[in-house]
Design a binder for this molecule. Structure first.
Ligand code: ATP
Ligand code: MG
Ligand code: FE
Length: 336
């Protein structure tokens, strides 16, 4: 079974072919990071224009790298939401045209289901499973009792982890995207500024990062008003220690409470080296198998969309040509 995945929800134009939901046959990502850098973030209009320019090339390239014809494929999986509506629509329209031209079923995939299913490309899921999703727009703990079943047990009440990374990076005058820059600076740092941790209510699996972000901004402001100069590395280290500490502690507690057989991390912030190390150590102590995909499968890609699409395909889920971009789409279970 071959499924082509298409992803255009933000600033990556991507297409990929995945075999049996687990094996990457081709994986093409055209990133716009260089052009977004100049604006310090993603400008929706510019993102859409890039997607239009790249989408056909990326799909052709995915087929070529796989040495497959459209007639070899079983379905087209495309990100239906959430994301920028203009960006989503370019992938969706390309997917519809492709599916119609080649008489293939089309499946609309939730972007976060994609991030979770990136793990299927490295390790078979075992249930019950706890997924920590940390990305540019989401910070969630999701419990899965079987394929396609998602139970939200905690989420951010304000900023997503990636959003906090990008905002703090801006304050520190680091280039976009801020996550990898802070990751690098923190690793080089020989000291840290102590920043608060938002634990919220003792039994809550929710997160909050806006207080931490404000603490970082205030610290810099106060120091500069007194004529001091900040040490960006010390600030990056303190910020990252706070984020990683809270994410690790809450994920550990949830994994124990729900007695899961496997824990996975997903999304762009799961590319963070310190977070990967911290979670790996925590779960090796608890003797719970922990997996996180390689970095190129943590950040946005289409292989993860094809992998989630494959599971939906197996479950008989189909969309049709009336599919529309859904910027605020909710993650709903597809298992019956
Ligand atoms: P969502 O998936 O929630 O719709 P998105 O697709 O924009 O949002 P991703 O592409 O999954 O988000 O992840 C991008 C985010 O990951 C950015 O905020 C970026 O700064 C962050 N990120 C990438 N690499 C790292 C890293 N090494 N450390 C921390 N954050 C990182
Ligand atoms: Mg992105
Ligand atoms: Fe994403």
């Amino acid at each position: 079974q071959y499924i082509i995945g298409i992803e255009t929800s933000c600033d990556e134009t991507a297409a990929s072919i995945v075999k049996n939901g687990t094996e990457i046959v081709s994986n093409v990502v055209a990133s716009q990071i260089e052009s977004q850098k100049r604006f310090g973030g993603v400008v929706p209009e510019i993102a859409s224009r890039h997607h239009v320019e790249q989408i056909t090339i990326v799909i052709e390239e995915a087929l070529q790298q796989a040495k497959l014809q459209p007639s070899d494929l079983d379905a087209v999986a495309v990100t239906e939401g959430p994301g920028l509506v203009g960006a989503l629509l370019i992938g969706i329209n390309a997917a519809k045209a492709f599916a119609f031209a080649h008489q293939l079923p089309i499946i609309g995939v939730h972007h976060i289901a994609g991030h979770i299913y990136a793990n299927q490309l490295v390790q078979r899921m075992e249930f019950p499973l706890l997924a920590l999703i940390v990305s540019g727009g989401h910070t969630e703990l999701v419990l899965m009792k079987e394929h396609g079943s998602f139970e939200l047990i905690g989420e951010t009440r304000d900023d997503a982890a990636g959003e906090a990374y990008d905002k703090v990076a801006r304050v520190l005058n680091l280039p976009y995207p801020g996550g990898p820059e802070i990751d690098r600076l923190a690793a080089e740092s020989d000291d840290e500024i102590e920043f608060p941790r938002a634990w919220l209510e003792p039994d809550s699996y929710d997160f909050s990062f806006s207080g931490l972000k404000s603490a970082v901004i205030n610290y810099k402001h106060n120091l500069e008003q007194r004529g001091g100069t900040v040490n960006p590395a010390h600030m990056a280290a303190g910020f990252q220690n706070s984020v990683v500490d809270v994410l690790t502690t809450k994920t550990k507690k949830a994994a124990e409470q729900y007695e899961v057989k496997q824990v996975i991390a997903a999304g762009g912030v799961a590319a963070n080296k310190q977070l990967r190390t911290s979670l790996t150590e925590a779960f090796s102590e608890l003797n719970i198998p922990f997996y996180v995909p390689p970095i190129y499968l943590c950040t946005d890609n289409a292989a993860m969309i094809a992998a989630a699409g494959a599971s939906m395909y197996e479950n008989g889920v189909r969309s049709d040509l009336s599919m529309n971009g859904r910027p605020g789409m909710e993650l709903v279970s597809w298992s019956k």
